[in-house]
Design a protein. Structure first.
Length: 307
């Protein structure tokens, strides 16, 4: 794998209202100054390799949450597992883009109902720029609803909504739709406040900080590192977390032929990247660090139950 410098995501200090932070921790049975942490796996349903790694991570008790990409080809496999394991935490990873070179998908809705979301070949657009340029808000709303309903029809007990590639933060209209749909289905939506402050500060006025569950600090990596240094970014980011609600995101898969083909010419979030994430999150060192730092590992399901 090509070696790149690790990029450290700036953890800007976001302070949620003290009362709301206290209420969440104490509702979950923890002290008001607890460091709550959701350990999350993205992209379930993309491939068999991703599904297998997420299932293994759950069975090793290495993660506490995962989110499913409903339009993707391997959705039926993860849906069957999720239905059989309702005790686990399953969200919808709202999917409005299809970024891989040779591995594509369309939407769940009929193509004539969401034509603004599809390219000339009938696939979801590959980039956020193309999506933002063409997407009509009401067609986005229709597709998000369709993805949720398909997951529910498959027997999946849902805990929350989040967003693939941050697409719902592309415009104020989409931010509002995202929050409205969450309320419609009685599901909390991921609001990664520190990331929004960095990458889309113009969307801050459209975030309902009173009625949403705000994630104070959100950790995800954006650049690769040598395998033997993979832990450095995550260890240091976790070390800086403060009391409140925190979430760390991993992209899990095995570095095998299938995943190499899916992610061809895309080393970032590629097969080797995902194997390194899997190795880290299932390691004894990660478990020891969480214990040392006193994190209280929680789920979106617990948050949903507390609302």
């Amino acid at each position: 794998m090509k070696t790149l410098l690790l990029v450290f995501i700036l953890l800007l200090p976001f302070t949620a209202p003290a009362q709301s932070k206290k209420i969440l921790a104490e509702k979950l049975g923890y002290p008001k100054d607890a460091k709550l942490l959701i350990i999350h796996a993205d992209d379930a349903g993309v491939s068999h390799s991703v599904n297998a790694a997420i299932i293994a991570a759950y069975e090793k008790k290495a993660i506490s949450s995962a989110a499913i990409m409903v339009p993707c080809p391997w959705f039926p496999e993860i849906a069957a597992y999720a239905k059989a394991h309702p005790e686990l935490d399953w969200g919808i990873h709202i999917t409005l883009t299809a970024e891989w070179k040779n591995y594509k998908w369309g939407g769940v809705s009929s193509s004539n109902e969401i034509s603004s979301l599809l390219d000339k070949d009938g696939y979801l657009y590959a980039s956020l720029e193309e999506f933002k340029k063409h997407a009509k808000p009401e067609e986005v709303r229709k597709e998000i609803r369709a993805q949720i309903r398909k997951a529910m029809a498959a027997g999946i007990k849902l805990s929350h909504l989040d967003t693939h590639m941050g697409s719902v933060y592309a415009s104020p209209e989409l931010v509002e739709i995202y929050q409205q749909v969450g309320k419609e289905f009685h599901l909390p939506v991921l609001v990664p406040m520190n990331m929004i402050q960095i990458m889309a500060p113009q969307m801050l006025p459209y975030i309902d900080t009173v009625n949403n569950v705000i994630v104070d600090q959100f950790i995800t990596a954006y650049k690769a590192a040598p395998a033997d240094q993979w832990h450095v970014y995550y260890d240091q980011a976790l070390d800086r977390l403060k009391p409140g609600l925190n979430e760390i995101i991993f992209h899990l898969a095995y570095d095998n032929d299938e995943m190499q083909a899916v992610t061809i010419e895309h080393p970032d979030f590629g097969a080797a990247w995902r194997q390194n994430d899997f190795n880290y999150v299932t390691s004894d060192a990660f478990k020891t660090l969480l214990e040392k730092k006193g994190f209280r590992v929680i789920t979106w399901k617990e948050i949903l139950t507390s609302l």
